[in-house]
Design a protein around this ligand. Structure first.
Ligand SMILES: Nc1ncnc2c1ncn2[C@@H]1O[C@H](COP(=O)(O)OP(=O)(O)OP(=O)(O)O)[C@@H](O)[C@H]1O
Ligand SMILES: Nc1nc2c(c(=O)[nH]1)N=C(CO)CN2
Length: 172
């Protein structure tokens, strides 16, 4: 079993249509999806608000690299418009691999790696209310590997201050 948590975000173009198309692209690998959340831009304030969502996906045939490849395919299909000069700048679609679990002898175990091509868990997920709030909607008891329960992260700074700005706008 390989299971992953993916974070989707868009703040250019028809954000809702882009996220819906990406979710369709996950096909029967999609296990659960949060609602769509309007979120203030994180890391680079001078840009439009984002529409964010989190998806839980599973597929025995897909490993960690496979989830990243799928994320990149979905981004390409979403137009992949972005300004290369702005690290956290606006974009038509961003799909991040937040964490991956694979079957171990004692049950599912998190994949931990520092490779810059694919760092797991995602190195900034624990700082991002726009990831943790939608994830908590669909998996309230989840743990972010290395950082503990996501509900505890949501109560702790710097994330706690950002939580009130993350607004569920409805199902996708
Ligand atoms: N967990 C991960 N999920 C997605 N991309 C990752 C991950 N770890 C490393 N990367 C690498 O990061 C590179 C840049 O990704 P991307 O353009 O999505 O970053 P970003 O969205 O600007 O910033 P951030 O990763 O902080 O959201 C990708 O080409 C990918 O190889
Ligand atoms: N609210 C929000 N802010 C962001 C997002 C995102 O998806 N949502 N993605 C970014 C890309 O790294 C930078 N900032």
């Amino acid at each position: 079993m390989s299971r992953a948590v993916l974070a989707l975000g868009a703040n250019l173009g028809d954000r809702e249509a882009t996220l819906r198309a990406a979710l369709r692209g996950l096909g029967d690998r999609l296990v659960a999806v949060s609602g769509g959340y309007q979120t203030p831009p994180w890391g680079d304030p001078d840009q439009p608000p984002y529409l964010n969502a989190v998806a839980v996906v599973a597929d025995d045939a897909v490993d960690a690299d496979g989830w990243l490849a799928l994320a990149h395919e979905l981004e390409a299909a979403g137009g992949r418009v972005r300004d290369p000069a702005r690290r956290y700048g606006p974009r038509t679609l961003d799909v991040d691999v937040i964490a991956v679990w694979r079957d171990g002898p004692g049950g599912p175990e998190p994949v931990r790696q520092d490779d810059p091509v694919l760092t797991l868990p995602h190195p900034r997920a624990h700082l991002r209310a726009f990831v943790l709030v939608p994830w908590a909607e669909i998996e309230p008891t989840a743990e972010l590997p290395g950082h503990g329960p996501i509900t505890a992260l949501l109560r702790t700074e710097p994330v706690a201050a950002d939580v009130p700005g993350v607004t569920r706008i409805g199902p996708l």
